[in-house]
Structure formats: structure tokens, C-alpha cells
Write a protein that binds this ligand. Structure first.
Ligand code: SRM
Ligand code: SF4
Length: 559
């Protein structure tokens, strides 16, 4: 057997993810925590980071790095009440940078929290009935669900599964409550024995999303498990199950690759669905690679052992056969901006939040607008997997009041006057907080779009909903491999230009040009867009055109 990776040993020796986190917190000599604890706090929803913009200056003054922490909330399906939004807003201002970041997985992150502020933050979250358990680490993460109430009359029923799955796969350890909320330890440790995670947890992060066709706004095939709701005559029949999605690769390591999930069957009813989800995680626990973390995701387990082996093993564990995949069709993968009415007659407004950064700028004060709406108590908040927010569940009689707030803070202008490409674009966090960033992403994409917009206009493509996504490294946090135009950071100011992804998240893109800078990116796109404008077929997307023209070879698509 291969040697276990260092993280495996840390997990097993951690006493239910406690490690020495308490001692690390008490140590006032450093803003950091002990190395082993840095791995463990991830399971509690936090990452230790440092301000990379200030590394050189700090080093010159012989100061340690400017350490701080990022915390990520667990929000299955991405839902918050107005009171919870107010709580997050206040904590962000008091304990973090003030910016609230909507992530590509439908939840919220706060950055820049110093060590002494973590406990007060978690306590404030707890008072608002929020937690950050298992939002990071080798464990099931925040469970996604299609955020658009309009898509289905039974949205709420499907949405309920996000919470059920999240609860089903929560760790049993009480460490979070003891360390951060000062709960007394259990008298009988047996009560926290964990049949799923045991003391080793999963070999790697584990992600689940639920999609409600025809909108693949959750990018369901990018997940370890994708559940696709099968709805007929307004009734939820069950779910098609797709497994083994994951988007990361490592530059220069050909053994790593992005992969879309494979459909393995259909499962009816809640009991069977939850059983299948649980056992897929258990198979990954037992068979995932625990020596090489680069090859530890379910996608590699699946490709190593084979889809047929996996399905048989799953059927053996759950005790029933999966049914053949049912037909479902995705036609889009986007947020519906502006006002819409849901199946119950309530209204919702999808707000553009560029790259998920909720803040106030000279042009639009999104953060102030959301706070004012929360104080009005007239709407809930639903976050999308495209890093936007939906002001939801608005009564017809309250619509004008909400609209007045959005208007007063410039949010309507921002949402409705931004270019089509900007509204469907996404960038990951990258610099200055992400330790893995090779290039800028959320701080740079807006500027690149400023320069792309005139090109789109020149070729009369400004109404085309081309999906562009940028990540600061090949980990793919803004799902850049599943975009029609993907920009994947390779070094400062340099990116791989990737083309040929489809518009609905069923085909990955491929490298078209490697390691190029802004000038080459814009020059290439100018020519490519010109050919597209001249030669596209009716309704043909940019990604499909790229494949037809063989600018890149076609990646296997989900069918
Ligand atoms: Fe991610 C690591 C940010 C969605 C693949 N991701 C990171 C870290 C925590 C860096 C680190 O390990 O220290 C980044 C923190 C940056 C910061 O300062 O906030 C980070 N990932 C993000 C977010 C915030 C991007 C965003 O701008 O929205 C997203 C948070 C989602 C959430 O709420 O949970 C985010 N990350 C994703 C996605 C997209 C998705 O899941 O739909 C992916 C690709 C899908 C996948 O998992 O395959 C993704 N992140 C990764 C990976 C590569 C995993 C792998 O299989 O190798 C890493 C690195 C790692 O785990 O070692 C990573
Ligand atoms: Fe950081 Fe890379 Fe993820 Fe961007 S894609 S947030 S740079 S890990």
C-alpha cells in the first residue's frame, strides 16, 4: 500500500478535528495558527491566508506575513432570511474587511479576519442560526440547488433536498461547538462516533449539486455528485445521478484533468436518493486515493475503477438497482436578471454582483441596498452559483418599495445596463488572498471586459450571451473549464485561452493558446469574434462554433 499523505495522518490524530486549535488561538506571539491546525480549521469552514500584496513590504521590515482568516458559511441551496443577512453584514463590518463575497458555490465568504475575531464571528453566526461547519476540508461541502424559483412549480420540494443532503453528510464530531462556541465536551465520546467519516474523513473535498432542468445554473456536471431533478406533470419523480465531476488540473501534470460527471442511473423517491448519495460518499471514502492528493477526487477513483465497477458496488451497498437514466434537457445555464414572477405569484429580482463582491462603489451601492432591503423585511436572499444574489419572495404589494431601494442605490442601473457578457461572466477570488493564485482574476476581469466590450460591439455581438470565466490558476474555482471562453492563470498577467465549452455546461473547453498576455488575448478574440459573427449558423453559440471550426478539438460531452 502507498504511503498515506501528511494530511491523512493529521486527520486521524486530530481527536475529532480538535487538534491543538485551542492552543493555536491562545498564542498571541503570532497571527498564524500551528501548521497541523491549518489543515483542521478547514473542516470548521476557515482558511488561514495572508495579504499577498504586502508580503514584500512585511519581509523587508522583517515582520511575519500579515495573516488573517477567510470564513465560509454553510448555506445549502444558498438561502438567507433578512435577519441573517443583517447579521452577516454586521459581522463583515466589525470583524472582517467589510466586503461580503458571494462564491461560485452559492454561499458567502468573509476575508481578512484576524485570529482573535474568529470566535466572536462564529458566535454571532450561531446567534443568527448560521454555521460554517464542513464548508472546506476533506468532507462534503455546501450543497447547491438551482436558485431560480421560476424554473419549477416544485422548486421548494427540490430545494429541500439540499438541506437534507447537507445534514445527512455532516460530520458527527462536536469539535466545532466546543472550540468556537464553548460547549461542554460530551460525557460519552461514543455519541460522536461517525459511521460515514470515521476518523479519516474523505480522501479529498466532496461536492454535490442539484439541478432543476432546463437551467443548469448550478453547473451540475462539475460536481462529485450531480442530482438532476426529473419532473413530470408537476411531480418530482426522482433524480438522475451523475458522478465524478471535478474541474481542477495542475499545470504540467498530465495525470490531472478536468472532468464532467458521468450519468449512472435514475433513482426514485427520497429514501433511495439519500441512500445512494450516502453510499457514493462511502465508496469514495473506502477507495479514494489517500497518498496523492492531486489524484484523490472521486473523478480519479471512478476512472481508475471504472464506471461499471462503481455502479455495481453502489448497487450492492444500497441493495437495489439504479434505473435507466431518464430524459432531461438543459437549455441554459444562467441567472435571470431583473424582475420575474415565481410559480406562487411572488416576485424576485436578480441583482448583478460583479464577481460576487458585495460592496459599495461610486456607481452602485449594492451592499447598502441589500442592507436596506433586509431592514425592510420584505424579501429573502438567494445566492446563485454565478456569484449573484436574488431578492426573492417579494409580495406584489411590496415590489415598488424594493424597486425604489434598488433604484436609489444604483443597483437597477448596474444590473440592467451592464453588458450581456459582463452579466454572464465569472472570476474567482485569486489575488491578494488566495495562496494558490498565479495571476489576477476578480480584480482583473472587469478591466478586461471593458476592453472586450468594444470588440463585441464592433462585430455586433453585444447581445450574444457568451460565457467567459477567469481563474487565477488551474484549480478552476470559477469553473473556467466549463466556459465558452476560459482564461486560466499561468503567471502574473498571463493566461491560457481556452475555447469550445458549450453554453449549458455539458462540454468542457480546451487550450487554444497557452500563456498569453492581455494584448494577445484581445487580438485573438478580435479575430475569433469576427469569424463567429460572419460564419455562425442561426442560434449557434460561440463555443459550438469554436468546435465546428476546429479551433480546438471536441472534448467528450455529457449526453
Ligand atoms: Fe476553490 C481552493 C476559492 C469554488 C476548485 N478555492 C480554493 C482556495 C480555498 C485556496 C486554498 O486552497 O487555499 C480559494 C480561496 C480563495 C479566497 O481567498 O477566497 C478558493 N473556490 C473558491 C471560491 C471562493 C471561488 C469564488 O471566487 O467564488 C469558491 C468557493 C466555493 C464554495 O463556496 O465552497 C470556489 N473551487 C471552486 C470550484 C467551483 C465549484 O465547486 O463549482 C472549483 C472547481 C470544481 C472542483 O472542485 O473540481 C474549485 N478550489 C478548487 C481546488 C482544486 C480541487 C481539486 O480537485 O484539485 C482548490 C485547491 C485544492 O483543493 O487543493 C481550491
Ligand atoms: Fe485561488 Fe486558483 Fe481557486 Fe482562483 S482558481 S481562487 S486562484 S485556487
Amino acid at each position: 500500500m502507498s504511503k498515506k499523505s501528511a494530511i491523512e495522518i493529521i486527520k486521524e490524530a486530530s481527536d475529532g478535528l480538535r487538534g491543538t486549535i485551542r492552543e493555536s488561538l491562545r498564542d498571541e506571539i503570532t497571527g498564524a495558527i500551528r501548521e497541523d491546525d491549518q489543515a483542521l480549521i478547514k473542516f470548521h469552514g476557515m482558511y488561514q491566508q495572508d495579504d499577498r500584496d504586502r508580503r514584500e513590504e512585511r519581509a523587508a521590515k522583517k515582520l511575519e506575513r500579515l495573516y488573517s482568516f477567510m470564513i465560509r458559511l454553510r448555506l445549502p441551496g444558498g438561502f438567507l432570511t433578512p435577519a441573517q443577512w443583517i447579521a452577516v453584514h454586521e459581522v463583515a463590518g466589525e470583524n472582517a474587511t467589510g466586503v461580503i463575497k458571494i462564491t461560485s458555490r452559492q454561499t458567502l465568504q468573509l476575508h481578512g479576519m484576524i485570529k482573535s475575531k474568529i470566535k466572536p464571528t462564529i458566535k454571532a453566526f450561531n446567534e443568527a442560526k448560521l454555521d460554517s461547519i464542513a464548508t472546506c476540508g476533506d468532507i462534503n461541502r455546501n450543497v447547491l440547488c438551482s436558485s431560480h424559483p421560476k424554473e419549477s412549480p416544485i422548486h421548494e420540494e427540490v430545494f429541500g433536498y439540499a438541506d437534507k443532503i447537507s445534514r445527512l453528510l455532516m460530520p458527527r464530531t462536536r469539535a466545532y461547538y466546543e472550540i468556537w462556541l464553548d460547549d461542554e465536551p460530551l460525557l460519552d465520546k461514543k455519541e460522536e462516533e461517525d459511521p460515514l467519516y470515521q476518523d479519516r474523513y474523505l480522501p479529498r473535498k466532496f461536492k454535490i449539486a442539484i439541478a432543476i432542468p432546463p437551467n443548469n445554473d448550478v453547473d451540475v456536471f462539475a460536481n462529485d455528485i450531480g442530482l438532476i431533478a426529473v419532473i413530470s406533470n408537476g411531480h418530482l419523480e426522482g433524480f438522475n445521478i451523475a458522478i465524478g465531476g471535478g474541474l481542477s488540473s495542475t499545470h504540467g501534470n498530465p495525470d490531472t484533468y478536468p472532468r464532467l460527471a458521468t450519468l449512472i442511473g435514475f433513482v426514485p423517491g427520497e429514501e433511495k436518493t439519500l441512500k445512494v448519495v450516502y453510499e457514493i460518499a462511502a465508496i469514495q471514502r473506502d477507495h479514494g486515493n489517500r497518498s496523492d492528493r492531486k489524484l484523490a477526487r472521486l473523478k480519479y477513483t471512478l476512472d481508475r475503477l471504472g464506471v461499471d465497477w462503481f455502479r455495481e458496488e453502489l448497487e450492492r451497498r444500497v441493495g437495489f438497482a439504479l434505473e435507466p437514466v431518464r430524459t432531461t434537457v438543459f437549455t441554459s445555464r444562467k441567472d435571470h436578471f431583473g424582475w420575474h414572477q415565481n410559480a406562487e405569484g411572488l416576485w424576485y429580482y436578480t441583482v448583478l454582483v460583479e464577481n460576487g463582491r458585495v460592496t459599495d462603489t461610486g456607481t452602485a451601492q449594492v451592499k447598502s441596498a441589500l442592507l436596506a432591503i433586509a431592514h425592510s423585511g420584505k424579501a429573502n436572499f438567494r445566492f446563485t452559483c454565478n456569484q449573484n444574489v436574488i431578492i426573492s419572495d417579494v409580495k406584489a404589494s411590496d415590489k415598488a418599495a424594493i424597486e425604489a431601494i434598488l433604484d436609489a442605490y444604483g443597483v437597477i442601473l448596474l444590473t440592467e445596463k451592464s453588458s450581456v457578457i459582463r452579466r454572464h461572466a465569472m472570476a474567482c477570488v485569486a489575488l491578494p488572498t488566495c495562496p494558490l493564485a498565479l495571476a489576477e482574476a476578480q480584480r482583473y476581469l472587469p478591466t478586461l471586459l471593458d476592453k472586450m466590450e468594444p470588440l463585441l460591439q464592433k462585430h455586433q455581438l453585444q447581445q450574444e450571451e457568451i460565457i467567459i470565466r477567469m481563474t487565477g490558476c488551474p484549480n478552476g474555482c470559477a469553473r473556467s473549464y466549463a466556459a465558452e471562453i476560459g482564461l486560466v492563470g499561468t503567471g502574473p498577467g498571463r493566461y491560457n485561452l481556452q475555447l469550445g465549452g458549450d453554453r449549458i455546461g455539458q462540454r468542457l473547453n480546451q487550450i487554444y493558446q497557452e500563456n498569453i498576455g492581455e494584448e494577445e488575448i484581445l487580438a485573438s478574440l478580435d479575430g475569433l469574434l469576427e469569424s463567429y459573427a460572419a460564419g455562425r449558423l442561426t442560434g449557434e453559440s460561440f463555443g459550438d462554433f469554436a468546435i465546428r471550426k476546429q479551433w480546438v478539438s471536441s472534448h467528450d460531452a455529457v449526453n
